[in-house]
Design a protein around this ligand. Sequence first.
Ligand code: PGA
Length: 247
Amino acid sequence: MALRKLVAGNWKMHGLSSDLGEVRAIAEGSRRYPTVDVALCLPAILIERAARAVPGFAIGAQDVHEAEQGAYTGCTSARQLLDAGASLTIVGHSERREGQYESNSQIKAKAEAALSCGLGVILCVGESLAVRETGRAVSTVEAQLDASLPDGFAEGLSVAYEPIWAIGTGKVPGVDDIAEMHAALRARLEAAYGDAGQSVRILYGGSVKASNAAEIFSVAHVDGALVGGASLKASDFLPIVAAAAAS
Ligand code: PGA
């Protein structure tokens, strides 16, 4: 089943209010590709202003806390993100799994908290170079997905396969490796959710750019992309959206 593609940008800890012009340019440019869902996951501090600047365009967060509210200094709840104008959030990015020591069970709780409020989720999984080199990439990522996938299917869930060694490095797995991993993840989603697992989009992330996007989008079970560095400028990002529309 061919799913509508989702191309989501992840600005990470980049961007100031002076960069809202790029958000506007991306939102306006994306209108030329109505067959593709496009989103920008921004630093929390920019979400509200961006959402006001581009009504109708999907603005997302990069993380969410699993609790509804409480004594969690520095954290943001799903309802707070919705209130600011976000419609989705990334959870389980490797930069949080590694840098903030987030566990699969915590990421699962975050995804469940977001989905239960109506916030879409991009749940990230991916292996390190050491794991890839020992030939255990597929089993490792399958186990990561199984342990971080929300209980019970909810619309609005997407999964992103992001090999850690491909993030920000310019290195990309071969199309056969992407195909093998995405097919494995599709099988795990079907095992968890039955037929509904066929409707969960599986994005690829890691050094996606205009020059490799068409090839990546041609791979079976690649239903979009999570784009870091190449999402900061409309001139880099919109050609990726165009490649998704053409695929
Ligand atoms: P990159 O980042 O496109 O800069 O490799 C992707 C990501 O971390 O989501």
